[in-house]
Design a protein around this ligand. Structure first.
Ligand SMILES: Nc1ncnc2c1ncn2[C@@H]1O[C@H](COP(=O)(O)OP(=O)(O)O)[C@@H](O)[C@H]1O
Ligand SMILES: [Mg+2]
Length: 255
């Protein structure tokens, strides 16, 4: 972790990932800020999910260094909560919403600790924070997509992590749920936690996020939203694929 900054919740240098011989992430450098909401932005297939999974050691990296609060993931794993992209989770397992949240307590509290009354109360509180307390005893498979998404966010909250990695937390949720999730994320930031979310709606980037990281296999731009989320950077990242309908105000104004 020689030159990687310990103050950053997530810093990577020279990260490359391939599937077989097909490159997915190439020589990426990135440094995310602490106590901030950061967005990872790029077109479909740009390597956003791959980037997160490689940072977490879920998939092997070809090369590069990853530092979480100045440590390798193996040493920092207790400080990290991850919510994968929804499509990648098996929704048929027979488990209630409350049990899903309590899985998040396992690492911290241990098996018996998480079965205690106070752990149950904490899990219910996490469900409450995402507006899902009324669904605690519902089977996860019987919830709508947006409700499932909120339960998995509640599980991440139950981990009481310092860094939250969220892969498309707003995909397929309704507007009210999106606002509820944004409020939760802002609450985390107010507590000094760091949030890094893959985000695909360019029109809300300036409202929701402090920092952006644009990727299309390679790192295209990075920095505070006001400085890095520019029409040029978006053009470099999306090329001709950036439809006007998806373009934020800043892009339209420049055209
Ligand atoms: N398990 C996998 N095996 C082979 N190729 C994959 C796998 N996962 C993703 N890819 C490919 O890697 C590229 C990046 O994928 P991904 O990280 O999911 O992109 P994003 O999340 O930005 O949409 C895509 O071309 C995708 O098809
Ligand atoms: Mg993805």
């Amino acid at each position: 972790m020689t030159d990687l900054p310990a103050h950053s919740p997530l810093a990577v240098r020279g990260l490359s990932v391939t599937y077989g011989d097909k490159p997915a992430v190439q020589a990426v450098d990135a440094t995310f800020p602490r106590a901030a909401l950061s967005a990872i932005i790029g077109p479909n297939g740009a390597g956003k999910s791959t980037f997160l999974k490689a940072c977490l050691g879920i998939i092997p990296r070809l090369s590069g260094e990853v530092s979480i609060f100045g440590q390798p993931f193996a040493q920092a794993r207790g400080r990290v909560a991850y919510v994968p992209q929804r499509a990648s989770v098996d929704w048929d397992f027979p488990t209630t919403a409350l049990e899903v949240v309590q899985m998040g307590q396992y690492r911290r509290a241990g098996l018996w600790g998480r079965l205690s009354g106070s752990a149950r109360a904490q899990a219910l509180d996490c469900l409450n924070r995402v507006g899902m307390a009324d669904f605690a005893t519902r089977q996860i498979g019987q919830l709508s997509g947006g409700q499932q998404q909120r339960v998995f966010l509640a599980r991440a909250l139950a981990q009481e992590a310092d860094l939250y990695l969220l892969d498309e937390p707003f995909a397929g949720v309704d507007a009210a749920t999106e606002r509820a999730i944004v409020d939760v994320l802002r609450g985390l930031r107010a507590e000094g936690k760091s949030v890094i979310a893959v985000h695909h709606d360019l029109s809300t980037v300036e409202d929701y996020f402090d920092h952006v990281f644009l990727i299309n296999q390679r790192a295209m731009a990075e920095g505070p939203v006001a400085r890095a989320f520019t029409p040029d950077a978006l053009h470099a990242t999306y090329g001709g694929r950036l439809g006007l309908a998806a373009a934020p105000q800043t892009v339209q104004a420049a055209e």
